[in-house]
Design a protein around this ligand. Structure first.
Ligand code: ZN
Length: 160
């Protein structure tokens, strides 16, 4: 297990489309472990493989309810709408409001190669959408409807 370097906005890798995982080999398992370590070290709620420079469709999320690993995630259903406040480990110090579906159903593979279906709402739905966007080279700042101002950022920092 190891902490990997998180790429920052401006790195062209973050704008590329990631490829599907065709075989869950040791490299993918090590990637999953390293991504979880890296996410926890950075106090993030989610991390996508391109953020550590690997253009594979792999995501880890932990919104405080345990680690979720998604390989080749596909959003199958999305309903409703919520306005979220988002940040990104690749875009430090920037927060903004984004419109996301209120509920999503995502299909993926787990590390054993088993097909899993996760239905999520609220913060988890937000995290799934944010991370899956990374796999298509999309950053939350592309979708922001309003950036938080300095006063709001100060408040966010005090809370976190
Ligand atoms: Zn992000």
């Amino acid at each position: 297990m190891a902490i990997r370097n998180i790429l920052k906005d401006g790195d062209e890798i973050l704008r590329k489309k990631s490829r599907e995982v065709t075989e869950i080999n040791d490299n993918i398992l090590i990637l999953l472990d390293d991504m979880a370590d890296t996410m926890y070290k950075a106090n993030g709620a989610g991390l996508a493989a391109p953020q550590v420079g690997v253009l594979r469709r792999v995501v880890v999320i932990d919104i405080g309810e345990g680690l979720v690993e998604l390989i080749n995630p596909v959003i199958k259903e999305q309903t409703g709408q919520q306005t979220t406040i988002e940040g990104c480990l690749s875009i430090p110090g920037i927060w903004g409001e984004v419109e996301r579906p209120a509920r999503v159903v995502v299909e993926a593979l787990n590390r054993k190669g088993e097909k899993i279906t996760i239905e999520s709402e609220g913060f988890m739905a937000q995290a799934v959408c944010h991370e899956v966007d990374h796999l298509d080279g999309i950053l939350f700042t592309d979708k922001v409807i309003r950036f938080l101002d300095e006063e709001e950022l100060d408040r966010m920092e005090q809370e976190s």
